[in-house]
Design a protein around this ligand. Structure first.
Ligand code: GTP
Ligand code: MG
Length: 357
């Protein structure tokens, strides 16, 4: 949701329909609500409602269509136009609509999570510090006003706020954060990636969804963590100096590259790179995911990483399923994952020896 022209349909096109950002200027205003079912990670279907933001529609959503729109919502993504100056009458009006929507949501789906995206940041200012300052100002105001929207005195969940632009990687960062909360077995994937990463003497293993190229999970520390929270093996592997925007940049680069491949009728298969500081391999892991391995060890070659991705494939395939039947001890011990295997005695060493044999 969000007012007309803030960029909702453009985001949907770029993330889920492989549309190029520069082609979104052709989009017309959305009339009422556009429903779409997006297949994600193969078996998951995201039911996306793109709600047209013209005033007449916004008024209807919070009045006559209130229950219909706000019942059974898992996530509300509210998009603001970042070019609207804070403190202006227009900004105040935008926030009032937002508060109305939030109140309707908390009344009808009190478990829903809320993401607020302040979009079109590329148009805000050329000066990065000024842009950051303007975003922080908006974020602080929105957080404060969101916390004040209480229904029946119930405790409110904090909102998550991101600065975005469809023209850079910030869009992928925000949407990866949304998607990450919807992925089943995300923490289990993280444990497996960490184990794989350590076993292969890698610094980082990152899992992407193959259609959207959004980040699903990464090895070691959490996706958004600070450098001080890195795990020991990540620090030793040189992750301290890594660019903090690397995940969303890769998402953006690979999607752009796939467009180019499509234009030249060449299928995108995989990607490997040898740099002075590291070597990187990115390849399909399961039918719905791509795995990227990064190693800073001078003796590791990209094709070796490719070979290891190939070896890990069959095991990771299992993780997309609600019931894991492998003998893997990580799966078996993970409380979020139901294990139905019959070999209770298998040790981590046994399993990984089998996988890597
Ligand atoms: P309604 O359907 O009327 O509610 O509008 P909407 O929120 O869906 O807006 P839409 O996605 O149609 O975008 C409106 C215009 O803004 C398009 O011309 C987009 O190209 C442009 N736009 C969207 N996001 C951005 C952005 O991050 N930066 C810039 N510069 N332009 C953007
Ligand atoms: Mg639209």
């Amino acid at each position: 949701m969000g007012k007309s022209g803030s960029g909702k349909s453009s985001m949907r096109g770029v993330i889920f329909s492989n549309q190029l950002a520069r082609d979104t200027h052709r989009l017309g205003a959305t009339i009422d609500v556009e429903h779409s079912n997006v297949r994600f990670l193969g078996s998951m279907v995201l039911n996306l409602w793109d709600c047209g933001g013209q005033e007449g529609f916004l008024n209807n959503y919070v009045s006559s269509q209130r229950t219909q729109i706000f019942t059974n919502v898992a996530i509300l993504i509210y998009v603001f136009d970042g070019t609207t100056p804070s403190g202006s009458a227009e900004w105040e009006k935008d926030i009032r609509y937002y508060e109305e929507c939030l109140s309707s949501l908390r009344e009808n789906s009190d478990d829903a999570n809320v993401w607020v995206l302040i979009n079109k940041m590329d148009l805000v200012s050329r000066d990065r510090a000024e842009r950051d300052r303007m975003f922080e100002e908006k974020r602080a105001e929105l957080e404060k006003r969101s916390n004040a929207v209480q229904v029946d005195g119930k405790e409110v969940k904090p909102i998550r706020c991101f600065a975005t632009s469809i023209y850079d990687e910030s869009l992928y960062k925000a949407w990866s954060s949304v998607i990450h909360t919807l992925v089943p077995n995300a923490s289990l994937m993280q444990s497996h990636l960490t184990h794989l990463c350590k076993m292969l003497s890698c610094t980082e293993a990152v899992l992407f969804e193959s259609q959207t190229f959004l980040v699903l999970a990464k090895s070691g520390s959490d996706l958004d963590c600070d450098e001080t929270e890195l795990e020991e093996y990540e620090r030793l592997g040189g992750a301290v100096g890594f660019n903090r925007k690397r995940f969303e940049k890769i998402s953006e680069i690979v999607k752009e590259f796939r467009h180019t491949c499509r234009r030249t009728m060449e299928p995108f298969v995989n990607w490997e790179m040898r740099l002075p500081q590291a070597c990187i391999a990115l390849d399909a892991l399961t039918p719905n995911t791509y795995l990227m391995l990064v190693s800073t060890e001078p003796w590791v070659e990209p094709h070796l990483l490719m070979l290891n991705i190939d070896q890990a494939r069959s095991h990771f395939d299992e993780l997309a399923k609600p019931v894991v039947k492998t003998r893997c001890p990580i799966c078996r011990e993970h409380e979020a994952c139901k294990y139905e295997g019959d070999d209770a005695k298998a040790s981590p060493q046994d399993f990984w020896q089998e996988v890597t044999a």
